[in-house]
Design a protein around this ligand. Sequence first.
Ligand SMILES: Cc1cc2nc3c(=O)[nH]c(=O)nc-3n(C[C@H](O)[C@H](O)[C@H](O)COP(=O)(O)OP(=O)(O)OC[C@H]3O[C@@H](n4cnc5c(N)ncnc54)[C@H](O)[C@@H]3O)c2cc1C
Length: 288
Amino acid sequence: MYRFCYYEPKTIEEACSLLSQFGEDAKVLVGGTDLLPRMRRGLMAPNHIVNIKKIPGLDSITEEPESGLRIGALVTLAELAGNPVIRDKFPMIRTAANSIGSLQVRNLATLGGNLCNAAPSADMAPPLLAMESTVKIAGLKGQREISVEDFFVGPGEVKLEQGELLTEIHIPFPPLHAKQIYVKHSVRRSMDIALVGVAVCLCLDEKSGVCREARIALGAVAPTPIRAKVAEKMILGKALEEIPLSSIGEMVSSEASPISDVRGSARYRSEMVSCITIRALKSLQSEV
Ligand SMILES: Cc1cc2nc3c(=O)[nH]c(=O)nc-3n(C[C@H](O)[C@H](O)[C@H](O)COP(=O)(O)OP(=O)(O)OC[C@H]3O[C@@H](n4cnc5c(N)ncnc54)[C@H](O)[C@@H]3O)c2cc1C
């Protein structure tokens, strides 16, 4: 590892001012599970490392009964997976968090880091997209909140200006009678990055049982995690057992734009995103 300057700001303002001062030559460090391997491999070489873990107030999960959960950017994936509200109300978020790395990785890795790293395959992205979550961003000029959907710009690129930090993620509670699932497909069963990740959230009408809202989010099959909005519309107004699975699978595949890489070809990903979406929908159909 090369030599670099290391900072431990105690406030958001201090961190933002360091990031603003050093610009492209500075990187935020939290769990370091993405950043440090990249620096060791020489893929990036920032001269200023700003460790934000000593900033108080960014590591808690707060339930707001009316609106949902506020999750500090420093909350680790292990804390997230172990949280009782996540377990009861957001099972797909728990599944996604538990699918990442090993327990050692999850004890260090943060939710904020997973989003800011902006890998198209980031496992936390599809469930947060399917929940229509938002992120809070702090900078020297103040705070702003944008949707997770708008946060992703491209591979490794998010909507953070120089001198800005992601501070919080807000996940609205799903409506009553919502069904949700995250299915990850990877070459190996554990410790592997997603070849395809699919999160589905269906909100059913209490009386008629038809689908009033459908959200399908895809990971690892486009430059950013995306929603399959045309396929979503094809589900609206249908009871669970009436969902046209193969047409939805075909549509999801046509909405994706995967690339070939060391893990799999674009064609394989195209086929798998269809299969995994169908698998996710079948699982929801079979729930009592
Ligand atoms: C063995 C191993 C297995 C893994 N498996 C998976 C997997 O299956 N699925 C998966 O999705 N990921 C996987 N990862 C990647 C990684 O663990 C996650 O992306 C993790 O959540 C990143 O969080 P972190 O706190 O470690 O981020 P860091 O490495 O500290 O930071 C990541 C990037 O985000 C920036 N950043 C972090 N927090 C903020 C913030 N609050 N504001 C602004 N910028 C910020 C940093 O500057 C850096 O560029 C794996 C990693 C390892 C080492």
